[in-house]
Design a protein around this ligand. Sequence first.
Ligand code: AMP
Ligand code: GLY
Length: 445
Amino acid sequence: MKVLVVGSGGREHAIAYRLALSSKVDEVICVPGNGGTEFEAKCRNVNPKDFPQYENLSLSNAVVKISKDEKVDFAVIGPEDPLADGISDVLWAEGISVVGPKSAGAALEASKDLSKIFMKKYGVACADSATFTDKDKALAYVREKGAPIVVKADGLAAGKGVVVAKTVEEAENAVKMLMEGTSVGDAGKKLVIEEYLQGVEISVLAAVSVNPEDSSKACIKAFLPARDHKRLNDGAQGPNTGGMGAVCPLEDVSAETMRLFDERILQPTLKGLVAEKMDYRGFIFFGLMLTKDGPKALEYNVRLGDPETQAVLPMMDFDFADLCKAIMDGSLKDFDLKWKSGFQVAPVMVSGGYPLKYPKGLPISFDEEEIENSGAKVFIAGAIRDRRAKEKVLITNGGRVLACSAHGGTFDEAWQKAYDALRGISFDGAFYRKDIGLPGAAESN
Ligand code: AMP
Ligand code: GLY
């Protein structure tokens, strides 16, 4: 089989790596891929910008053409933006099978208002909220409700659209800033203002197979729970980032919590996707707050999480390509999700200055022996091959540069291996958290 993966992050490297591990997969084409997929066994990067026949096409059309030229069996879409833009609608219409929801499903992430309407309609446990397009009404609402309170831009805002306000004044400023378009542009024209939920956060990724042509096969299956660490510094301090490391599974999440999640969030979500006749064949990511009243959904993402994927996919004790096929052909109900025992820990190495300004183009040095001895897998994110060098040289090209993901029978073993590998990698200004997965590292409020 030939498979195509859209995206260029660490998540996509992990997806491509898992697909390439399948004995049924001959080649994984990464569009555009990164410096990790470029050197991964069975993987080949195809950057549309490098080919005259693709360079002037939209991403969707370039992926259609590459899929046809390369005769790929199916495509997996990594990030949310192409999904929201309807890449899956275009691919299915062109006869190309794809893992990733059509745009109607992708709107569950692209519009927070829509996702709240959906959650409330189908009884998904979540925070109370109200939606506003009028600034004065929004301001009156936050004054009436008081703080703490959470102000969210409706649209996709690359992590900059949510303000957890501790005071009414902070909430008022957030309403003004988001609605006046100074921070997130049009994404903030509509706001969702939400009850503040207290607890610790976890991420649960799930495979979804909902095809309106045969709802009897509709199925959703959750993966092991995971946790991202979004703050820059140890002890969950400092600014928010795209994710500084992930662990899977979680010792502090009980079977009872997962049962409540299934009953109050997972199954109602499936019911809603079926009732709305969505063509949702892909992954869904539940951002959850574990409150004293049980788990509540903070958000849906319509894709796998980054860096959760780098910790969750290596725990899979089944063929990821087979899972993708089951999602697409409606046999997910019969697919047995088997997991390795033990733990996976995946700390992320970032560029100095991230999440603000950071340099690019810095050469990365890898002590191959130390990495090999650690047993960890390095998933590359913001790094590309240095085209001027004849040898394999990677240079930084983003804020989150890579993750070292390691497995261990115990958490401590996995943790040690992952950090041993990180110590074998360096570049100017490289930074990583030293406490991923340790007590006190998780975000809580
Ligand atoms: P979201 O993009 O909706 O997941 O929000 C980003 C972050 O804001 C979450 O990961 C939480 O840390 C925080 N957050 C969102 N909604 C709430 C809420 N209702 N109560 C407390 N914190 C929240
Ligand atoms: N880890 C958070 C995200 O992927 O959005």
